[in-house]
Design a protein around this ligand. Structure first.
Ligand code: KG4
Ligand code: ZN
Length: 405
């Protein structure tokens, strides 16, 4: 069964905006068709700035720095995405209120929306004074979950554009974006792509990022059942925290993974716990792993290169063992037809090979560039939402740091 049979066909150009964590991302997608049958999309503009290096000295994401950086980067990224899509229309600069606001929204209302984004307001004003409305039908923006100080600039930017251009705004749950990212084909610019043919419902989604570890049963688009989640640290967070103890740079997942590959297949010197692996439910716990890794590292000071690699391998295997075991059990128990893996940790190559080898049903991973946070997945989810329930406004959107699917 494929989902969304009630969705009507449409052609839409969507602007996607994502600022839930430390990536600022803006994209333009052209979408057409019915999700169930003939859906296809083309990425015509895609601009992303990762703040990871700026947060690295803090060993994690520093919310107020993220907020400031989002404010600084949104307009330049918008200009880049519109330019790539060939829909940036410069007009002769003029003084006073922006030209495009001709359909009745008082400029003061738009200013009020950006009141708390003091660095964004002058940039938006200048952009709107010097550019005509581009050929965009709808805007999709992440409203949560994420860091609220980071979410707000994206939301308020989207509201200002929506008011000024007089087009609808669709609020998107970031986790729905991660689900959608694994279902669609490619991430290449200007290439027509579609839904993967292996995608069938019900599907089991394993969502693993720096802030989340969840198993969701996908019964339909917009119809999710949370089967389990982490009770403490997220899988990505466990990677990042143990990486920090090993003096590896942030974000640590990829660093642990590289180090682990040096020790794979060699004699094992260490063992770390598999938290809640046999708990019988679908919840996770990774804080015990972090504590055990810290003790192990303290016991073996000074760490030899061999020992560091072995601890990294055991960390990766511990996290992946638990994720794979619970995902496969949930798949079987709920008769899922495929497994979807989403979130930053979906980029982990050891997780990818273990799940693919051990699963009896197809396992779908996001295309490169769609695992970590991006605007394409938000625009795609926006299209499915907008074609299912035609958007009515969206100006009441508020940031929801703990939003659930
Ligand atoms: O989804 P994401 O980009 O941001 C949110 O947390 O929403 O995920 C980032 C997380 C970080 O914890 C990072 O260490 C982890 O994904 N990550 C990885 C890998 N690449 C990114 N973890 C393990 N292996 C990787 N290759
Ligand atoms: Zn994410």
């Amino acid at each position: 069964m494929r989902y969304g049979s009630e969705i009507y066909s449409n052609n839409m150009r969507i602007l996607g905006i994502e600022t839930s964590c430390d990536e600022t991302a803006v994209c333009v997608l052209e979408c057409t068709g019915n999700f169930n049958t003939d859906f296809s999309y083309t990425i015509v503009g895609n601009a992303l700035f990762s703040q990871a290096a700026l947060h690295a000295p803090y060993g994690g994401v520093f919310p107020n720095l993220a907020k400031r950086e989002h404010q600084k980067n949104l307009v330049p990224l918008l200009v880049q995405a519109l330019t790539e899509a060939h829909i940036l229309i410069p007009v002769t600069p003029h003084q006073g209120v922006p030209l495009v606001n001709t359909k009745g929204t008082p400029w003061e209302d738009i200013e009020r929306v950006l009141e708390r984004e003091s660095e964004l307001l002058p940039q938006v004003t200048q952009f709107l004074q010097t550019h005509a409305k581009p050929d965009i039908d709808t805007i999709a923006v992440t409203f949560g979950p994420g860091l609220e100080p980071a979410l707000w600039p994206g939301i308020n930017f989207a509201k200002a554009l929506s008011m000024s251009w007089q087009i609808p705004l669709v609020p998107i749950n970031h986790m729905e974006g991660h689900i959608v990212a694994s279902v669609v084909g490619e991430n290449n610019k200007y290439q027509v792509s579609s839904i993967k043919k292996e995608f069938e419902i019900p599907a089991l989604a394993l969502l693993v990022s720096g802030g989340h570890t969840e198993l969701q049963l996908v019964k339909n688009f917009d119809d999710y059942q949370m089967l389990g989640e982490t009770r403490d640290d997220a899988a990505g967070e466990a990677f990042d925290k143990i990486a920090r103890i090993l003096d590896l740079p942030y974000p640590g997942g990829i660093e642990i993974s590289k180090l682990a590959s040096l020790a794979r297949g060699k004699t094992k010197h260490t063992t770390l716990p598999r938290g809640m692996k046999d708990s019988g439910d679908y919840d996770f716990s990774f804080s015990g792993l972090k504590t055990a890794a810290r003790k192990l590292i303290e016991q073996h000071q000074p760490l030899s290169d061999e020992m560091r690699a072995d601890i990294a391998r055991e960390t990766e295997e511990s996290i992946v063992d638990v994720l794979v075991s619970k995902t496969l059990r949930a798949t079987e128990e709920h008769g899922a037809q495929c497994i979807l893996v989403g979130g930053g940790v979906a980029a982990n190559s050891y997780l990818r090979s273990r799940l693919t080898e051990e699963s009896k049903v197809p396992v779908l991973f996001p295309a490169p560039g769609l695992s970590t946070d991006n605007a394409v997945m938000i625009a795609l989810a926006g299209y499915f939402q907008a074609t299912k329930n035609p958007p009515t406004g969206g100006l009441g959107i508020v940031a929801q740091g703990n939003a659930r699917l």
